[in-house]
Design a protein around this ligand. Sequence first.
Ligand code: ADP
Ligand code: MG
Length: 591
Amino acid sequence: APPAEKFEYQAEVNRLMDLIVHSLYSNKEVFLRELVSNASDALDKLRYLSVTDPDLLKDGPELDIRIQTDKDNGIITITDSGIGMTRQELVESLGTIASSGTAKFLKALKESQEASVDSNLIGQFGVGFYSAFLVADKVAVSTKSPRSEKQYVWEAESESNSYTIREETDPEKLLPRGTRLTLYLKRDDKGFAHPERIQKLVKNYSQFVSFPIYTWQEKGFTKEVEVDEDPAAAKTEGDGDTEKQAKKKTKTVVEKYWDWELTNETQPIWLRNPREVSTEEYNEFYKKTFNEYLDPLASSHFTTEGEVEFRSILYVPATKKEDITDRKTKNIRLYVKRVFISDDFDGELFPRYLSFVKGVVDSNDLPLNVSREILQESRIVRIMRKRLVRKAFDMILGISCSENRDDYETFWENYGKFLKLGCMEDKENHKRIAPLLRFFSSQSNDELISLDEYVESMKPDQKAIYYIAGDSLSSAKNAPFLEKLNEKGYEVLLLVDPMDEVSITNLNSYKDKNFVDISKEDLDLGDKNEEREKEIKQEYSQTCDWIKKRLGEKVARVDISNRLSSSPCVLVAAKFGWSANMERLMRAQSM
Ligand code: ADP
Ligand code: MG
């Protein structure tokens, strides 16, 4: 066979390896979670691809994970019958940082900016494959892809900047398909190679893996063996039946042997009866599936039957999603008849403005070889999407009604702008979005209020929901336009987020009350005295003409107003023109 070839790691991998070996001491046991999840991913990939290419399974239909321990030598092997890796894939996957989870870890590390590394970080994010080096000083990955003739071995030691790849030549080590990881444990970590310890870790970390995980366990069964009667003992009994009894004498012995033992429960959590799943289990599933470290703000587990049948668990995360336009979220994992299909179809299953929702969806009605094109054309998907959106709103409404006000505050801070985007992009769901919106108000002292709260405290003679936009809370609060409304006791929404006004103008009205911009010129507060206005207008018409002449092109018109109480004058926008705030926005955008 050709000799092993040596490769250097990408710089980030070196950095990560250095951290793993020298700084991350506690929480080492997460290595098992990471490696088992890789095995599970590899099995998922194979199962998915085999739907259209059944030949991939020709080397054996079994899809499972087997973990064997050698406690005397401190060795753990983890074998999966998944998709394996070609030589090229070995170099790309294990020599560079491809995984978003690991990248997330490095980013968090940078942000934490502490001299000593918070060892919790690794528990939160995981560092993927390289976590093997938390416990091992040498790792071998022997892998056979069904697309490759040969099996290859990737090998590395923890204190090295390089790894080698060679062909597997030992016939004893050839796999029909899949990957075997061999961890040569560090001296102090050899305890992980105890079969009971591994069994416990598997139970703890892999309860949501949907493939069987077997661990190699010592077992015993008792059996009765006939033993020859001790002639001396027989004599002491001293009756005539001694011979007959001696023949029957048996003894119980324990026979020891080793065998594979199924160690996890493989029924996916979403197939279980919601009444029998605890909140803790939902949260654990969420954190393990989506690599999250905070519990979600809410979850919803439901089944729909009838026209379209699917099961789903949805979550509202507690972590902020920064980029509103990011479509590559991988937040929704689509299964068809329990086969993982893809986490790339978020856009087909949820509108953009709900892209922060995470979850799993398992359909019985879609074909296994479903593609984006099929999803986009499918009537079934349209119905699913509608139901999913409705459930997502129920879930968010649930947070807003919860006794714990902090939860909704967190939600609003994280995802408020997404709902405002929804006002623009999803007219059909205005009824669901509007009650979830929150705004500052002239009467609420820096606290956000809902439109329901606004409507409830409307004055009996008040006809509309009034608002004013500004670039800060204080400038909105001090706008002269507010004077008259404050005097009347009318509450005014203070729209200080650039997206507030856009969302409100898209809604148009709430509970039959129109939204009215108090900075527009025709504001009618229902207290017009036309006679008197006419008189005053006439009286001051020359003054107005004079001011218009002085200001020239700077203003369109100079008028007498009944909208102020103490300020002498105010600049207003024309009824059909942009509000001052919109002008500011447009100006900012054109720069
Ligand atoms: P992630 O799993 O987030 O992609 P990892 O660092 O855990 O990141 O793994 C890196 C890559 O190595 C995986 O994406 C996969 O391509 C490959 N890999 C790791 N373990 C296996 C395995 N058991 N079978 C096949 N490929 C694997
Ligand atoms: Mg991984």
